[in-house]
Design a protein around this ligand. Sequence first.
Ligand SMILES: [Fe+2]
Length: 284
Amino acid sequence: MTAQSPQQSPLWPARLHHIQIGTPQPAAMAAFYQRTFGYQATLLADGRRHLRGGERRLLIAEGAARSVGFGAYALASPRQLAALRGHLEERGIAPQPSPTPLFTAAAFAVRDPEGGQIVFGLPTEDGRAADALPGRLQHLVVTTVDLPRSAAFYEDVLGFVVSDRVVNDEGVMTTCFFRSDPEHHSFAAFLAAEARLDHHALEVPCWNDIRDWADHCAALDVPITWGPGRHGPGNNLFFMVSDPDGNMVEISSELEHMPREMAPRQWPHTARSLNLWGSAIMRI
Ligand SMILES: [Fe+2]
């Protein structure tokens, strides 16, 4: 199967709308996210917790620690959603029922080669309210034990557009960044010893908002896990904190924009690629 050009991608444009995080301690996780990120929590009838902010949404579900329930991507229109469904069916992918209450009934899910679930749909509520501290849910990053297989699925089957690849001295791809609109990545995958959630990111308007979030986390005694720094791929400013299960949450700003037709680039597998300013958390 050959990669389609970005101009042909049925996934363009799509934005990460919400994610579901699996955890063995949903109450503690929900409390952490409410306190740290200003979410309002609702307990759903099936036991999941819906955490709602102005421009960010999470679902917290009982599950294995550091597991991705799913990433849910909002498409631009019913017509685009139907076209994506047809595109996947043509490639032998049978859409599965949607697991999210935050999309309309037309939503559907697919499984990636390692069993990770990704959902495409249209939000049931469109309005975006202001958050006390701004931060739009923007990207999801997972780890994978077979990056070439995962990357081929996300690019060739789902229609994500590759922005950057990180490759080590042996020619092994260790990270792949994918976009589904001009923002550098809405999804990325790191090669690692196990498949799990790595982090999700909130994009903020400017560097001053990163300062305000860091001060906010300091006041709550939530320490910075990594950063501040600037990523090579994506060129975004960032810092990260960790939730009670060890999943990282990134506060990011100035994420690079790439035109739809721009070709993928390649970076060396070094700490400097992951953080131009200094040390990095290497996944492998
Ligand atoms: Fe990130």
